[in-house]
Ligand binder design. Structure first.
Ligand code: CMC
Length: 409
């Protein structure tokens, strides 16, 4: 028996087969802990999330996303403003990608999904930094991680601008890490225009603050499908960016990070508050495969704390004059209201998850729907790095090699 943090317990099955010839059978791994970890902790019953022991609410309220990155990578928050700035400046300075890499994006068809392009881009990045395939010490680990965290927004922005045929905007190191992400998406080359065709181009500090918090909310989430993918791929000894590229592919799925895009598309499909009841009825119809996107979670059996904080961010933005799309906002509120009172959802502990409200806010921040999951990638890259490093630093870690219950001929 292993005794875990906060009163949890686990049975150590690792020698079960060797000693008894029996396997444990757990499809979907709902009862399986694949590793010991110190990175994040979820209390699914209470709806709590901690990074390195800090409650998520405290980190979102008091620290910048880049501070949280430092915490996840080094076990310590910056001790003062200078330390905080030094870490962030390192990310800003590492944000450029090799010029040759730009050419690669020209090869994709115009409507290629940005997640496919991003995953490919990160895989190709491994060829520019082949040394990270043989990391030897803490300095190597940190360089690998900071490099990919710094470059992910640049790659993601290129994917977007390439899709719409707009000229690529290079990172601007005079802007903060977060402001620069919005700038690379919205900016005009050579310009510091304040007004554009569709209103103001200048980036509002409220938008920067909200985007920063959104990334913190996505920074890590223990052994979810993409983190597990990153660990599994890394367990073979492959280049870390190949493992992260695989994590991006895992995140793309609509049951995982891809849900944020699907939530918005589903709201559009519902179209009007008067249709909400009809769609809730479809969820409950056993002959209909319709699921409510942005609802439910394997671990949370109460309100996802990230969704709760997102609602506060949304309310705060609205109070300060940044408007949500009123129709989509109204539909989302109605869906939540109806679902939370419905016996089907109550009996199954189905609550809004992080993906339910993030799209509404990202739309208000002028992020296109197809770019929602890449935003999740940008926030989660630090978590993948932390998970990967925890795995590769563990000298006892083994290649992931589960067994099967053979039922064939
Ligand atoms: N809408 C309708 N019914 C649902 C939903 C939903 N969103 N989620 C779960 N259920 C039902 C499910 O049909 C099952 O019912 P029954 O007991 O009658 O068979 C029951 O609730 C248990 O669900 P499950 O599929 O066994 O749960 P799971 O832990 O295997 O899956 C999930 C978790 C997140 C994949 C699932 O809740 C889901 O598909 N949600 C919608 C997609 C989504 O929002 N994903 C984002 C997850 S949070 C962010 C992230 O990790 O990326």
């Amino acid at each position: 028996m292993l005794f875990l943090a906060r009163g949890g317990q686990a049975i150590d099955f690792s020698k079960l087969y060797e000693r008894t010839g029996l396997l444990s059978y757990d499809p979907g791994y709902a009862s399986t802990a694949g590793c010991k970890s110190t990175i994040s902790y979820i209390d699914g019953q209470k709806g709590e999330l901690y990074y390195k022991g800090y409650p998520l609410e405290e980190l979102v309220a008091k620290y910048k996303y880049s501070d949280v990155c430092k915490l996840l990578l080094t076990d310590a928050l910056p001790q003062n403003a200078d330390e905080s700035l030094a870490f962030e400046l390192e990310l800003r300075h590492r944000s450029f990608i090799h010029e040759t890499l730009h050419n690669m994006f020209a090869a994709f068809p115009t409507h290629a999904h940005p997640m496919a392009k991003l995953s490919s881009g990160v895989s190709i990045l491994s060829t520019f930094y082949s040394d990270h395939g043989k990391m030897k010490n803490e300095e190597d680990y940190q360089t690998m991680a900071r490099r990919i965290i710094a470059k992910m927004p640049t790659l993601a922005a290129i994917c977007y601008r390439n899709e719409i045929g707009a000229p690529i905007i290079y990172p601007d190191v005079t802007r903060s890490y977060i402001e620069n992400i919005l700038f690379m998406l919205r900016g005009y080359p050579h310009g510091r225009l304040k007004q554009g065709l569709h209103g103001t181009i200048e980036i509002n500090p409220l938008e920067v603050e909200a985007f920063d918090k959104i990334l913190t909310l996505h920074a890590d989430h223990e052994q979810n499908a993409s983190a597990t993918t990153v660990r599994n791929v890394a367990s073979t000894g492959v280049h870390p960016y190949a493992a992260i590229s695989a994590g991006i592919s895992a995140l793309w799925g609509h049951l995982h990070g891809g849900a944020n895009e699907k939530v918005l598309l589903q709201m559009e499909e519902i179209g009007d508050v008067k249709n909400v009841d009809k769609y809730i009825a479809r969820v409950k119809d056993k002959n209909d495969s319709f699921k409510l996107m942005g609802f439910g979670h394997r671990v949370y059996k109460s309100y996802d704390p990230r969704a709760r904080i997102l609602k506060q961010i949304k309310d705060n933005l609205q109070t300060k004059g940044i408007k949500m799309n009123p129709r989509l906002d109204e539909i989302a509120a109605k869906v939540e209201e109806v679902a939370l009172k419905d016996e089907y959802f109550i009996a199954r502990n189905l609550y809004p998850n992080v993906d339910f409200y993030s799209g509404t806010i990202l739309t208000a921040l002028k992020i296109p729907t197809r770019f929602f999951t890449p935003v999740f990638v940008i926030g989660r890259t630090v978590g993948w790095c932390a998970q990967l490093l925890e795995h590769v630093k563990n000298t006892q870690a083994r290649i992931t090699r589960p067994r099967q219950v053979y039922v064939g001929k």
